[in-house]
Structure formats: structure tokens, C-alpha cells
Design a protein around this ligand. Structure first.
Ligand SMILES: NC(=O)c1ccc[n+]([C@@H]2O[C@H](COP(=O)([O-])OP(=O)(O)OC[C@H]3O[C@@H](n4cnc5c(N)ncnc54)[C@H](OP(=O)(O)O)[C@@H]3O)[C@@H](O)[C@H]2O)c1
Length: 337
């Protein structure tokens, strides 16, 4: 069964000409673990999903690979995203990192490989996990690599030449950091994946990306469920609970989730909502163009109540990667260090 996106595109095509489905399945299960991921992906593929958004850090590559193989759908018909782990941002590690992910996935290539966050962590002794400070249990930041992310990008470019990654892109990069990448890039990022929902529309980032043919993919398109360590604004309700979104949904005979996703796709933004629920998965594929006045109601929400980020790692790492004024980290130690 193919997705039923009425009057909206089923795919987007970024600057490198490679098609990306407008709706994909998020696979980050947060604090719930990965026990349900494989069945969820099989269910999603059977319903028509053709983009699976994973990451080495989610620890579920094996489940994603098994689900893809067991689905019986030819590999080339499924768009698979993975992300470079933060412990392997050193340009010397670029090939080992993707090889590890491909081994888990049991695939020869990924369709899209993203630099998972601009900042990097030191690895533990086994070189496979994040090193944590014995004092406060926080991750040990690699400040040097966190400032040298353009070099990490240059290393990632080699993965396109090797054929192991068809497209490369960035994850949670702001405009300031993306400009630094563009200064040195031989390959312009195809994608920036960023938190986007009606409470955080990121109009500036979207406009800037569009000038370079960079597709924005929205993570947490319904608000999201980051793990508690990095959850921003934990006491705020999600956009799907907003009375104005509920009213738009009633007028359009949609659910609030469908309104949030339709609004994003209508803006030219791809989405990767996570769901393990069959009915939710189905809804999230059935999107529809919102009438202009109702689209404007959703689009204005963040102006009325102020932007809200639900993924906020600053408290956890000690600097603000989203600062558009200064390229952080600036110092070489955390405020508590
Ligand atoms: N969270 C993060 O920190 C983070 C960071 C970076 C990237 N990502 C990527 O982005 C993906 C999406 O982010 P996310 O999972 O945090 O947030 P999300 O997709 O915005 O929200 C997921 C939540 O919404 C519920 N949901 C899904 N469809 C629904 C519907 N139609 N009606 C009502 N509820 C619905 C899901 O519950 P059910 O399962 O019960 O449907 C789940 O609790 C991740 O899986 C990952 O691939 C996430």
C-alpha cells in the first residue's frame, strides 16, 4: 500500500538529485529500549513506509536490518538513514564508524549518513561507548573535535566516493555551523535534520537551507520524546495538545498529529515521526494540504507563544550548540569542570 498524501508531495529531491520520502519512520525509542523496534519497522514497511531513520547511537541497527530483510521489499526501494556516532567524529575514524553501522544493519550502503550533532564525545576504553566523567557522570566532551566539525565533514565526503553513503548531511546544525561547513565543503550537505514542529518552526534555518538546495528533515515533528537528560522544557505540553491545533484538526477532519505533519510537508519539509502503534503509523502517512487560513494558524503559533525546543542538551554538555551568535563550545572545559 502506498502512502496517501493528498495534494502534497510523496518525495523531496535535494541538491544531489536523490529522492527522499516525505514521511519516514523514526526509530529512537528513548528510555523504552529497542525491544519493539523490529516489529514496528516491519509493520511500517507493510503499511507503505519507505524511509527508516536510524542512528548508530540508537543501538538498533541490527533490528532495522532484520526488519528490512524480513519485509521482503527490495533493498533499493527502502531509504535508510544512519548517523555518525559522536565518539567517532575524528577524521581518522570515518570509515570504521560507518563500517560498524553497516555491519549491524547487514547492508552495503546507507542512503543517507548524517553527522550526529556538531559536538563530539571522548570514547571509553573499548572505543565503542561514550566515556563518562567519574565525578558527575556527564559525557566527556572532546572539545578539540567539537570545534573541528568541518574536518569531520571532509572525512564524511570520502564515504560518498566509496559508495557506502549515497548522500551525506548534518544533524542539529544551526545556520552558523552550516555556514562553516559550506565554506570548506566539496559536497554540499543534502539534508539537515533538525527539531521542527509548530512550536519550533525554524523558518530562518529552513529559508537558509532552501537557498542551497538542502532538504530539511524534521525530527520530533510531533514535539518528541527525548531522554530526560536532554529534555528541554519538560513541563510544557506538546503542540499536539494545543487547542488551536485541535481546532484545525476538527475543521479538517484530521487528528492533531496529522495537522502537525501536514503543515511540515506543506512547507517542503520531510518528517520522521516515531510510532510503534499501527493506527498512528497509518494516520501519519495520510496527510493532506491544509487550507491557507488554517495553515497560517499553525504557522503563527510559535510567534504567539514563543519558540519551544524539546531537545535541549545544554544542561547536559555545558554549552549551547544552537547559539547563532558564537560558535560553541568556545571554552575547553564545562562550567562545572
Ligand atoms: N527524541 C529525540 O531526542 C530525537 C533526537 C533526534 C532525532 N530523533 C529522530 O526523530 C524521530 C522522532 O522523534 P521522537 O520520537 O522523539 O518524536 P515524535 O515523532 O515527534 O513523537 C513520537 C511520539 O508521538 C506519538 N505518536 C506518533 N504518531 C502519533 C499519532 N498519529 N497520534 C498520536 N501520537 C502519535 C508516539 O507514540 P506511539 O509510538 O504510541 O505512536 C511517540 O510517543 C526519532 O524516532 C528519531 O528517529 C529523535
Amino acid at each position: 500500500m502506498m502512502p496517501a498524501i493528498m495534494d502534497l508531495p510523496n518525495d523531496f529531491i535535494p541538491n544531489n538529485g536523490r529522492k527522499i520520502p516525505a514521511v519516514g519512520l523514526g526509530t529512537f525509542q528513548g528510555e523504552y529500549g529497542n525491544s519493539l523496534v523490529k516489529d514496528a519497522i516491519k509493520l511500517a514497511l507493510a503499511q507503505g513506509y519507505r524511509h527508516i531513520d536510524g542512528a548508530h547511537a540508537y543501538g538498533n541497527g541490527k533490528e532495522i536490518g532484520e526488519a528490512i530483510r524480513e519485509s521482503g521489499i527490495p533493498r533499493q526501494n527502502i531509504f535508510v538513514t544512519s548517523k555518525l556516532a559522536q565518539i567517532w567524529h575524528d577524521p581518522a575514524d570515518f570509515e570504521t564508524a560507518l563500517d560498524e553501522s553497516l555491519k549491524d544493519l547487514q547492508l552495503y550502503y546507507v542512503d543517507l549518513y548524517l553527522m550526529h550533532f556538531p559536538h563530539a564525545y571522548k570514547a571509553g576504553e573499548n572505543n565503542k561507548t561514550i566515556r563518562h566523567s567519574s565525578g558527575n557522570g556527564k559525557p566527556v566532551i572532546d572539545y578539540d573535535l567539537s570545534k573541528r566539525y568541518p574536518e569531520t565533514w571532509q572525512a564524511m565526503e570520502k564515504l560518498v566516493a566509496s559508495g557506502k553513503a549515497h548522500s551525506i548531511g548534518l544533524f542539529n546544525f544551526n545556520i552558523l555551523k552550516t555556514k562553516r561547513i559550506l565554506e570548506i565543503a566539496k559536497i554540499t550537505p543534502a539534508v539537515i535534520q533538525a527539531e521542527i514542529h509548530p512550536y519550533l518552526p525554524q523558518h530562518e534555518l529552513h529559508g537558509f537551507a532552501a537557498q542551497h538546495g538542502v532538504l530539511i528533515i524534521a525530527h520530533q515533528p510531533l514535539g518528541g520524546r527525548p531522554i530526560s537528560l536532554v529534555r528541554g522544557n519538560p513541563d510544557e505540553p506538546f503542540p499536539t495538545e494545543d487547542q488551536k491545533i485541535i481546532d484545525v484538526a476538527t475543521k479538517c477532519n484530521m487528528t492533531p498529529a496529522q495537522v502537525c505533519l501536514s503543515w511540515a510537508v506543506q512547507r517542503g519539509i520531510a518528517v520522521v515521526p516515531k510510532s510503534i502503534n499501527k493506527e498512528h503509523m497509518k494516520q501519519n502517512l495520510q496527510l493532506e494540504r491544509l487550507p491557507d487560513d488554517l495553515f497560517a494558524t499553525v504557522d503563527r503559533l510559535s510567534l504567539e507563544r514563543g519558540p519551544l525546543r524539546f531537545l535541549g542538551p545544554s544542561r547536559h554538555i555545558g554549552f549551547d550548540i544552537f547559539d547563532e551568535g558564537r560558535d560553541q563550545p568556545v571554552e575547553d572545559c564545562a562550567p562545572w569542570g
